[in-house]
Write a protein that binds this ligand. Structure first.
Ligand code: T1G
Length: 694
């Protein structure tokens, strides 16, 4: 065995060369790996005893892509002789067959490397994909030109615009891999396959030369039009999906080398752009958010094999579905049989809808419903490992329930509250086991929304925090650990935007102006459309209404939002909204009665007024230690509050704008509009000392 470099070895077994990469954690195509591949290939090609080459990886996976940590560096995709395309060129033009032996995930540059090989074999559990679109990029190593030459334009479009990881058996059906080996016998299987190529004198299949598949798609403009139409809503604001589509179009309509030029040009445009920077940042932020500085990786975890949920309403029902989906039995407790039956009925309906869309089978509906047991007494929560309270947001009610749970639940059970704003320390204080109390703040619809705020109380034990993080992973949530403060991280920052939005409509900006500005920025919906969706009467009472806010006036006028066909907007029978002059009149009259001077407010000011106080609040949260790191705040907002992923989140966005500019704006706003704009001391410090908060 020859050591080519720190991450590459070359071993000749009779007439087969085994080129092995071992570059943890995921054999990414770092400079070292590319240098190893080039040198190893040259060695194998020039070695007369070698008749075929197998490329294989040690560790958990085949090459999982280019090395994202190198992006933005001087050598991100390689200087002369060691670039990704140099590796591809060397492989594809090897005079000896090169076989990629795939296990784990062949992703991005990894799959592109395999596509530059003449053949590919894989273990049945392997997956292949081109997920660059999730990083705001496109496959820049020939993937957009080689993939459609094997799987056709339609499948290639689906793979590059979804970033999906395709299982090996489907890859075999599509011709993406040539053979599946035994699960635990990849190396041997690949060597046997390579030997067969030699003995059967099989051709060197250069994917670049395969024309017949793409020729079938030539002129099929409808295909591309349909894909663009189907993606329009979901990918609004993103550049990468369209750029990926243009590359596949080039593959279908242009010779290979011309297509490669188109791919290279569009790739660099994306790589140089802010969207990809934001999405690469979020890639690492999502891995960082799992790391809690004072909790060791090997912290002992509690077993969580059964769960209790209190409340079968919207939140309780959604929360229960997460655990049933993960195969964990749930006991759901409601005050009355009638409310319980209603809650269970909604859960079953949700599952049946999902089955109707073909996402789960009817058998799975029954299997999951079978894991959910309904009860009407808290006494039935005496054996579960984790109990989650999801009742009405009222401190006295929560304290009453936790007092009871303290005497009912088994020793060591985790007692969690789904409160979205209340003081978890105060809730824990009514129990004799505050170390086992934690906040698990799910987002509605809880079975869909990915985000989970894990609210760590002053006395919550490390084991309970670590166990909650592990549970979040099992139910496929993106969890961020936050501190106890009003509204935690997400709602606390949201309150800043809502406050300014409500002030702006009294200064002359109309609700739909504000919603349009935030919608164009990339939010799925503006604050007023969101209020209409949630219902303007949440927490509103006729008795207490005093007409001192626009919301009061709208509710008093029976404009409760979508559910009443009118709110800030008027809605047609299909719930399509449109601005309503009646609302404009209500706001105008409200302002006149209070001598408010209305003025024209442009989109830029609306964005500054709504977004800059959010960023300032983010700094206050960091200052108080209510979030572990700035990128956690961005994970919360991009996964729970619709902040556009290609803008990275409030803190990343603030950095793009420049924290010095935001500080200057806040100071001016504080002077002109009031103390609510007072800059965070930490923001002042970060600007003054040019501290990198990331
Ligand atoms: N580059 C650098 N580091 C990477 C990496 C990569 N491509 N992929 C993973 N890591 C690190 C990650 O940060 C973490 O580090 C550790 O590996 C484990 O990852 C030209 C330009 C492979 C499915 O988009 O989807 O190729 O936190 O926690 O859940 O066309 O990682 O331990 O220090 O995610 O088992 C295209 C990205 C790149 C795949 C494994 N490739 N990776 O998931 O572990 S662009 C991707 C993943 C490209 C070319 C273009 C997943 C995974 P740490 P993990 P996992």
């Amino acid at each position: 065995m020859t050591t080519i470099n720190e991450v590459t070895t070359l071993d000749i077994e009779s007439n087969i060369a085994l080129l092995t990469l071992n570059s943890p954690p995921v054999n990414a195509l770092s400079l070292k790996v590319r240098q190893g591949l080039v040198a190893g290939l040259k060695d194998a090609i020039s070695n007369d005893s070698v008749e075929a080459i197998v490329l294989i990886c040690e560790g958990r996976t085949f090459i999982a892509g280019a090395d994202i940590t190198e992006f933005g560096g001087s050598d991100s995709l390689g200087t002369e002789g060691n670039s990704l395309n140099d590796v591809m060129h060397l492989m594809e033009n090897s005079p000896k067959p090169v076989v990629a032996a795939i296990h784990g995930t062949a992703l991005g540059g990894g799959l592109e490397t395999a596509l530059a090989c003449h053949y590919r074999v894989a273990v049945p559990s392997a997956k292949c994909g081109l997920p660059e679109v999730n990083l705001g990029l496109l496959p820049g190593g020939g993937g957009t030109q080689r993939l459609p030459r094997i799987v056709g334009a339609e499948k290639a479009l689906q793979m590059v615009t979804s970033g999906e990881h395709v299982p090996a058996n489907q890859c075999l059906e599509m011709g993406l891999v040539d053979e599946l080996t035994e699960e635990n016998d990849l190396k041997n299987g690949a060597v046997i396959f390579a030997k067969k190529l030699v003995t059967e004198n099989r051709p060197l299949v250069k994917v670049r030369d395969a024309q017949d598949v793409v020729e079938k798609d030539r002129g099929n403009d409808q295909l591309f039009a349909d894909v663009r139409k189907s993606l329009a809503r979901k990918t609004r604001g993103f550049l990468a999906p369209e750029y990926n589509i243009q590359c596949i179009e080039a593959a279908v309509n242009l010779p290979f080398d011309e297509g490669i030029k188109v791919e290279g040009k569009l790739f660099m445009e994306l790589m140089m752009g802010n969207q990809s920077r934001a999405q690469q940042y979020l890639f690492f932020a999502q891995r960082q958010v799992n790391k809690i500085p004072d909790i060791e990786k090997d912290t002992e975890l509690k077993d969580v094999e059964s769960v209790g949920v209190i409340g079968a309403g919207t939140m309780g029902g959604g929360i229960s579905m997460n655990f049933a989906n993960a195969g964990i039995p749930v006991t759901i407790v409601e005050q009355s049989q009638e409310r319980l039956d209603k809650g269970l009925g909604i859960i079953r309906k949700n599952y049946e809808n999902t089955a109707a869309k073909g996402r789960i089978t009817t058998a799975q509906v029954e299997e999951r419903m079978g894991l959910i047991d309904g009860k009407t007494s808290l006494e039935d929560l005496n054996s579960q490992d984790l109990i989650i309270e999801a009742v009405f947001e009222n401190m006295d009610l929560k304290k009453e329930i936790f007092t009871k749970l303290d005497s009912i639940c088994k020793e060591g059970a985790i007692l969690a509250s789904n409160t979205s704003a209340l003081d978890v320390n105060e809730i824990a204080s009514v129990t004799k086991r505050p170390e086992d109390v934690i906040g698990l703040h799910f987002f509605s619809p809880a079975n869909i929304m990915k985000l989970l705020e894990i609210v760590r109380g002053d006395k919550t034990s490390k084991t309970v925090v670590a166990t909650s993080m592990a549970v979040a992973k099992r139910i496929q949530k993106i969890a961020a650990v936050v501190g106890v403060c009003p509204g935690f991280v997400g709602n606390r920052i949201l309150a800043q935007r809502q406050r300014e939005a409500n002030k702006l409509i009294l200064e002359g900006a109309l609700p739909w102006d504000i919603d349009d500005a935030l919608f164009d920025f990339g939010f799925p919906m503006g604050p007023f459309a969101m209020s209409d969706l949630a219902g303007l009467d949440i927490g509103w009472g006729k008795e207490t209404s005093n007409g001192e806010s626009i919301r009061d006036l709208l509710c008093e006028a029976g404009r409760l939002g979508q559910k009443s066909g009118k709110g800030f907007y008027v809605y047609d029978e299909n719930r399509n909204k449109s601005p309503d002059p009646e609302v404009e009149a209500i706001i105008k009259k409200f302002g006149e009665e209070r001598q408010v001077r209305m003025r024209d407010i442009n989109k830029e000011e609306i964005l500054e007024r709504c977004l800059y106080p959010m960023i300032n609040e983010g700094f206050k949260i960091l200052e108080e230690g209510m979030a572990i790191r700035a990128s956690d705040i961005d994970i919360v907002w991009t996964n729970g509050y619709g902040w556009p992923v290609y803008e990275g989140g409030p803190m990343f966005y603030g950095n793009t704008i420049g924290f010095d500019k935001i500080l200057f704006w806040l100071k001016k706003a504080e002077l002109e509009m009031g103390p609510e704009f007072k800059p965070s001391a930490y923001l002042e410090k970060v600007v003054a000392e040019e501290i990198n908060i990331f």
